[in-house]
Design a binder for this molecule. Structure first.
Ligand code: FMN
Ligand code: SF4
Ligand code: SF4
Length: 255
C-alpha cells in the first residue's frame, strides 16, 4: 500500500521515517534510502511517502534528480515531508520544485509538511532544546500517520517571501561544490571505504593508496564527515561549520 523513500544524510529524517513506517505498518522492503534506490526498480503502489532533509531552503540535489527520473504512473498519491531544523516560514517553499516535477508527471501531491530536528552543522543544539524538537517532531509524525491513513491531503499556501528565500537558497548548490573541494582525509584515515560507498553524490573516489579524493559534486550533506569512524574528514578552511566531535542524533533521543 505504501512506499516510503527517505533521504537522510545524517540520520534525523531516517529516525522519523522509521517511526512513520512503524505507525503505518509499512513492510520493510518498501522503506528505502532514496539515494541507493533506482527509480526504474520501484514497484507500483498506492502511495509514495517522500521524506528528505532540507538544504539551503530547498530539497537536496540528490532528491530533485531522483524525482526527475521517477517514471510516471507508479503511485496514486505522493506525500512530501521535509525535515529541517525549524518550522519557520523560511522553509515553507522547500518542496516547490519537487511538486512542480511531480505535477508535470501527473502525480497527485497530498501532504506537504515541514518538520524540525536538531541542526547537523554550524552549531550544536543544547540537549534540552534538541530533545524538545525531536519530541515535537515525533508527536507530529503520529498526527501525520493518522492523516495519511485516512488518505487526507493538505493545501498549504506558500507566501511570496518564502519563495524568495527558496530562490536565494539555490546559491547553496555552487557553494557546496566548492566546499567539497576543500574536503580531505587526514592521516587518521584507515581506508575503510565507508565514505566513498556512502556519498549520495558519488563525489568521493579512492586514490591508488585507498585514500579518499573529493570532486566537484559535493552537496554539503555532512554524511562523510559524520560517518567517518576515524573522524578523518575535514575541510581545509571552513572548519568552523563543523560541530565539535561530530553530530549524533542519539544524544537527543529519550533513553
Ligand atoms: C548544508 C546544510 C544546509 C541546511 N539548510 C537548512 C535549511 O535551509 N533549513 C533548515 O531548516 N535546516 C537546514 N539544514 C539543517 C538540516 O536540514 C536538519 O538538521 C535536518 O534535520 C538534517 O536531517 P538529516 O539528518 O536527515 O540529514 C541544513 C543542513 C545542512 C548540512
Ligand atoms: S570513512 Fe574515514 S577512515 Fe574510512 S576511508 Fe573514508 S576517510 Fe578514511
Ligand atoms: S562529499 Fe561528503 S558532504 Fe559532500 S556530498 Fe559526499 S558525503 Fe556529502
Amino acid at each position: 500500500m505504501y512506499t516510503l523513500l527517505y533521504f537522510s544524510p545524517t540520520g534525523n529524517t531516517k529516525h522519523l521515517a522509521k517511526q512513520l513506517g512503524e505507525n503505518l505498518k509499512i513492510d520493510e522492503t518498501y522503506i528505502l534510502p532514496l539515494e541507493f534506490a533506482k527509480p526504474e526498480d520501484l514497484k507500483t503502489n498506492d502511495t509514495l511517502i517522500l521524506m528528505f532533509s532540507i538544504q539551503g531552503f530547498n530539497a537536496p540535489r540528490t532528491v530533485k534528480r531522483f524525482i526527475k527520473n521517477l517514471p510516471e504512473g507508479l503511485y496514486k498519491k505522493v506525500h512530501i515531508i521535509a525535515v529541517g531544523c525549524n518550522t519557520l516560514w523560511l522553509n515553507d517553499a522547500v518542496s516547490i520544485d519537487i511538486k512542480k516535477i511531480l505535477h508535470s508527471k501527473n502525480y497527485v501531491v497530498g501532504l506537504d509538511e515541514v518538520l524540525a530536528m536538531p541542526l547537523t552543522f554550524v552549531m550544536s543544539f543544547p540537549d534540552a532544546a534538541g530533545r524538545k524538537l525531536v519530541k515535537e517532531s515525533e508527536d507530529k509524525i503520529n498526527d501525520i500517520s493518522s492523516i495519511i491513513s485516512k488518505n487526507h491531503s493538505s493545501n498549504r499556501k506558500v507566501k511570496f517571501k518564502s519563495k524568495a528565500v527558496n530562490l536565494i537558497g539555490k546559491l547553496e548548490d555552487p557553494a557546496a561544490r566548492l566546499f567539497g573541494l576543500e574536503l580531505h582525509a587526514t592521516k587518521a584515515c584507515n581506508s575503510c571505504s565507508i565514505c566513498w560507498n556512502r556519498c549520495p553524490e558519488n563525489n568521493i573516489k579512492p586514490n591508488k593508496y585507498n585514500i579518499p579524493k573529493f570532486g566537484l559534486k559535493c552537496e554539503m550533506c555532512m554524511r562523510c564527515i559524520t560517518e567517518c569512524p576515524q573522524k578523518a574528514i575535514t575541510p581545509y578552511i571552513s572548519k568552523f561549520i563543523l560541530i565539535k566531535n561530530g553530530y549524533s542524533l542519539s544524544r537527543y533521543l529519550s533513553k
